[in-house]
Design a protein around this ligand. Structure first.
Ligand SMILES: [Zn+2]
Length: 240
């Protein structure tokens, strides 16, 4: 299973890369997410902290699409949940932290660029609310940021390795709400296919892998996923 922004849009978290995406409409927003600009420019950091305070994901709740994946896990049919999302809505919905592989990190944690310390983001946001415009690490004085992968920043190799391994072990690979254009993780699709998995794509927009999918579904993910999960259960029941 691979999920992208499309599964969270029905929870009110905007798709940052899609055609209506925040970055597509506002190039300045993309600058805030570039690691080189972020580290070099205190003004970029100040603006980033303000936008973190206001991030729509803080008020977002998991939708029926997320809950359908919890049901899959409950039935032991979910081997791994690779996600490009940073909102932790899968974990909030009830999926085990062990199963969720966050290839782009999480906005709910902070990290220190100096010493690597991590912790709950709300602790730092409280300091911003109290008036610190660009809070620094209390241990080493380093630059703090969200524990997400910014543009220009290295992915975490262990997470990518685990994701690729899980994709290679799947019988069925579902790609949900992702444009499959962000590498290397889009390659999980190839990995699963070449290892013999069936592949299903559920996305509002076309993806480069549509021709290789065994099935292609387009529509509201928060309706399609619960329908698929229910259909699988009735199919299993009628076989028994
Ligand atoms: Zn530090």
């Amino acid at each position: 299973m691979l999920t992208g922004a499309g599964i969270s849009t029905d929870s009110g978290v905007p798709d940052f890369r899609g055609p209506q995406g925040v970055w597509t409409r506002n190039p300045l927003a993309e600058k805030l997410s570039n690691i080189h600009c972020y580290l070099a420019d205190p003004e970029v950091r100040k603006a980033s902290w303000q936008s973190r305070l206001d991030h729509p994901a803080w008020n977002a709740k998991p939708n029926p699409g997320h809950l359908a994946l919890v049901e899959l896990e409950r039935r032991h049919q979910l081997h791994a949940l690779i996600t490009q999302n940073i909102d932790e809505l899968h974990q909030l919905a009830g999926n085990s932290r062990d199963l969720v592989l966050e290839v782009h990190g999480s906005m709910r944690r902070f990290m220190c660029w100096g010493c690597g310390m991590r912790g709950p983001m709300q602790l730092v946001l409280e300091r911003v609310r109290a008036g610190e415009e660009d809070p620094q690490c209390r241990d080493c004085g380093g630059i703090l940021k969200s524990d997400t992968i910014s543009f220009g920043q290295q992915l975490v190799p262990e997470v990518i390795d685990r994701a690729m391994q899980a994709a290679g072990e799947a019988d069925l690979f579902l790609a949900v709400g992702t444009s499959l254009q962000v590498y290397p993780i889009a390659g999980a699709f190839d990995m699963a296919r070449s290892a013999g998995a069936k592949a299903v794509i559920i996305n509002a927009e076309p993806t480069p892998y549509d021709d290789m999918a065994d099935a292609l579904l387009s529509g509201p993910i928060s309706e399609l996923l619960p329908a698929i999960v229910t259909a699988r259960e009735s199919a299993a029941r009628s076989l028994n």
